[in-house]
Design a protein around this ligand. Structure first.
Ligand SMILES: Nc1ncnc2c1ncn2[C@@H]1O[C@H](COP(=O)(O)OP(=O)(O)OP(=O)(O)O)[C@@H](O)[C@H]1O
Length: 231
């Protein structure tokens, strides 16, 4: 279980608080207006932002003493964090070893991950020679190999067209199912939440609310969320 226990952080004149938990293996959308604190919530988990008060716990363990790289967390951003000077295979291999000194077995794992995301034959390309969707697949293959138990997505697929985005969300759901990852996905698109996330955290008025079932929430949104969705 991922727990935000009596957590609060203040950034200038903005404050965010959270007191909630997310079940292990859950897929949860994080929605709220622009500037409501969605990225801030993820940063508290990834460790890029320390809380002023409270704790973030994973399986009962306080994550605060752990630096971002030591946390059981992978993060996907919109730019997919691909290194332009490295090949597709090397970008994926970073998920196994940051110094890329891979064993024979690890090279095979990279090849399997490439196959898994439908990029067989593209191992030696540089990211610039891939489409946006293919770049997303590389990022997902790396996540698959990292196999960290918590996966955070910050509008990772928002630059993709609707059909491609749906394809990526479905692939992500398969990969998360395979690794058993607990996923928090920031999105501005309620359709993404419906497609991918059985539960949703709404951030409003400086507070991240406990996850609720996505379908009923979006079918009958509370007034603040209704305004934001333009429904
Ligand atoms: N380092 C900082 N110092 C001061 N204020 C900050 C800092 N970082 C973020 N903020 C403020 O915190 C608030 C929440 O920002 P955050 O990026 O979490 O929002 P968001 O919901 O992810 O927004 P968006 O949907 O536009 O990406 C914003 O009002 C932002 O201006």
């Amino acid at each position: 279980m991922l727990e935000f226990r009596d957590l609060s952080v203040t950034l200038g004149d903005f404050s965010l608080s959270a007191d909630l938990s997310v079940d292990q293996g859950a897929r949860v959308a994080v929605i709220g207006a622009s500037g409501s604190g969605k990225s801030t919530l993820l940063s508290l988990v990834s460790g890029f932002l320390p809380p002023d008060r409270g704790q973030v716990l994973w399986e009962g363990r306080d994550l605060r003493p752990l630096a971002p790289g030591q946390r059981p967390v992978s993060v996907l951003f919109q730019d997919q964090n691909l290194f332009p000077h490295l090949t597709v295979a090397q970008n994926i291999g970073l998920g196994l070893r940051p110094d890329l000194r891979l064993s024979g077995d690890q090279h095979r794992q990279v090849a399997q991950a490439l196959e898994r995301v439908g990029l067989t034959g593209m191992a030696d390309r540089k990211p610039a020679r891939l489409s946006g969707g293919q770049q997303s697949r590389v990022a997902l293959a790396r996540v698959l190999l990292r196999a960290r138990p918590i996966l955070l997505l910050d509008e990772a697929f928002s630059a993709l067209g609707p059909a491609l985005k749906d394809e990526m969300l479905d692939l992500l759901a398969q990969i998360a199912g395979q690794t058993g990852a607990t996923v928090l996905m920031v999105t501005h698109d309620p359709d993404d939440a419906r497609r991918f996330a059985p539960q949703t955290i709404v951030i409003e008025n400086g507070r991240a609310n406990p996850p609720v079932a996505t379908g009923p929430l979006l079918d009958n949104p509370p007034p603040g969320l209704r305004r934001y969705l333009g429904a």
